[in-house]
Design a protein around this ligand. Structure first.
Ligand code: ZN
Length: 124
């Protein structure tokens, strides 16, 4: 569609949560400062000084979400193993990155969602 990816942020909306999660965009200034590590939030925004650590407090479901996702992925892996019976090295080759990537993305997405939610609540 006709959206300009490099367009300036307007009042209409924030960047999509998915792209915010992938790039780790600060909810206040939009700098890529939200994550200090692939799945760990920074303590504060290096560009605008937003206290991300304070916003993250209370996000206690993160661990549960990750565990559930890992469980689902492992069950899926076991199910496919039963079904196709691929050689072990192949299962490992496929599922190790899928699991790691899935968990990392879920963590990032969940934390981003949480921080944005908290940020909006405080902004009101
Ligand atoms: Zn910022």
């Amino acid at each position: 569609m006709g959206t300009d990816p490099a367009g300036p942020s307007e009042h209409k909306g924030q960047p999509g949560l998915v792209s915010a999660a992938l790039s780790g965009l600060c909810p206040r200034c939009g700098a890529k400062t939200l994550f200090a590590a692939p799945a760990a939030l920074a303590e504060e925004c290096g560009a605008c000084g937003l206290d991300i650590f304070a916003l993250e407090r209370g996000g206690r479901f993160v661990g549960v979400v990750t565990m559930l996702l890992a469980l689902v992925l492992i069950l899926a892996a076991l199910g496919i193993d039963e079904w196709l019976r691929p050689p072990l090295w192949l299962s490992f080759l496929v599922w190790a990155p899928v699991t790691v990537g899935g968990v990392l993305f879920a963590l990032r997405f969940y934390k981003t969602m949480w921080v944005y939610h908290q940020y909006e609540e405080r902004a009101e």
